[in-house]
Design a protein around this ligand. Structure first.
Ligand code: C2E
Ligand code: MG
Ligand code: MG
Length: 344
């Protein structure tokens, strides 16, 4: 039932956790702890509901705690690594950029993809120190390539919502650039529409600070978020990154083709650069070129690889074949698609 306080009406909801004696605990402290765990589960699943404690729930909570502890140790022990995925201009044929993608080199589980640990890192706040490491490592690697006399590339780093909430984040970025001696124009930060829309005013402030540093800003997974087109024109970004879901089934899917070319012309009209991600086939690349999008990233050009292998892209050599990919990180792309990429 709504309650009225100071002229405002509030709807009060309740999340409840239930633990029963004796199956869920034989003393008050165990019962309360387990009811508490069930209540947090109720909150996670959308609030305003009740959950009954179960053994599976306890096991899930235990695994999560173990993973959090492992992640803290991994950060201290340097178990995280960066792989780099090339970005290519279809007209010049040149690799002009590299997206830094983090992986966890776990001592037992092998190479763990970011989707398995970034959400938990965000939830626990570990993304802040991890994100700082990623940023510094990406800048350091970019400078190492430049100092090695290779054609300079722009390195893109993914930014999480939690990092963006840090008021002094632009200061961290400036410090990382200075520490590595990297010119800001070689760093691009990828933010998502949902990250921006979570706190539009704060995000705009942060984006302006970053732009003032001379860093590039790009909207990742464009088209999948909720930013309004009127808000978009106020974002100080320089590039839209078309989400890979729109590239799927091109040239078969007419809707995806329409969305992709609409994003390309939107970018052009707003004076923004545009890049397509998840480009796997020559047909997709041809369609993009015809639509006016000349920059691409995806398996057609190359998969994310360790820095030593990325040298191959910078020197114009071919990327390693699918069979050279580290175990556990392979995806469903077919061998023949990779063969095409090796010929590009
Ligand atoms: P994202 O930033 O959109 O990165 C692109 C993802 O698409 C990468 O997955 C990449 O390996 C994959 N990909 C690239 N080309 C193709 C292709 O042609 N076909 C298909 N099917 N997939 C392709 P990955 O490395 O697993 O990363 C997944 C997501 O994890 C990233 O999406 C990003 O949101 C997040 N992530 C990765 N590294 C970082 C990081 O350093 N910091 C933060 N905050 N998030 C990261
Ligand atoms: Mg990205
Ligand atoms: Mg993306």
């Amino acid at each position: 039932m709504p309650i009225t306080l100071g002229g405002l009406t509030f709807q009060v909801t309740c999340s409840m956790g239930i633990a029963c004696f004796p199956q869920h605990g034989e003393n008050p402290s165990d019962l309360v702890a387990n009811a508490d765990a069930a209540m947090y589960r109720a909150k996670e699943t959308g609030r305003d509901s009740l959950e009954i404690f179960s053994v599976e729930m306890a096991e899930k909570a235990r695994k999560k705690l173990v993973l959090i502890e492992e992640m803290r140790r991994a950060l201290e022990e340097g178990q995280f690594v960066l792989h780099f995925q090339p970005q290519k201009n279809l007209l010049t044929g040149k690799v002009f950029g590299a997206e830094a993608l983090v992986r966890w080199n776990h001592p037992v589980r092998g190479l763990v993809p970011p989707g398995d640990f970034i959400p938990l890192a965000e939830e626990t706040g570990l993304i802040v120190p991890l994100g700082d490491w990623i940023l510094r490592e990406a800048c350091r690697q970019c400078k190492v390539w430049q100092d090695g006399g290779l054609e300079p590339v722009v390195v893109s780093v993914n930014v999480s919502a939690r990092q963006f909430k840090e008021k002094a984040w632009a200061v961290h970025v400036a410090a990382a650039l200075e520490q590595c001696g990297l010119d800001p124009s070689y760093l691009e930060l990828e933010v998502t529409e949902s990250l921006i829309m979570q706190d539009l005013a704060g995000a705009l402030q942060r984006m302006r600070e970053l732009k003032a540093l001379g860093v590039k800003l790009s909207i990742d997974d464009f088209g999948t978020g909720y930013s309004s087109l009127s808000a978009l024109k106020s974002f100080p970004v320089s590039q839209l990154k078309i989400d890979r879901s729109f590239l799927a089934d091109i040239p078969g899917d007419v809707d995806n083709m329409a969305i992709t070319s609409a994003i390309v012309s939107l970018a052009q009209k707003l004076g923004l650069e545009v890049i397509a991600e998840g480009v796997e086939t020559e047909e997709q690349a041809r369609f993009l070129l015809e639509s006016g999008c000349v920059n691409i990233q995806g398996y057609l050009v190359g998969r994310p690889v360790p820095p030593a292998d990325f040298l191959g892209f910078l020197q114009g050599a071919y990327p390693p074949r699918l069979s050279d990919e580290p175990a556990g990180m392979r995806t469903a792309a077919k061998q023949d698609q990779l063969t095409i990429s090796n010929r590009t």
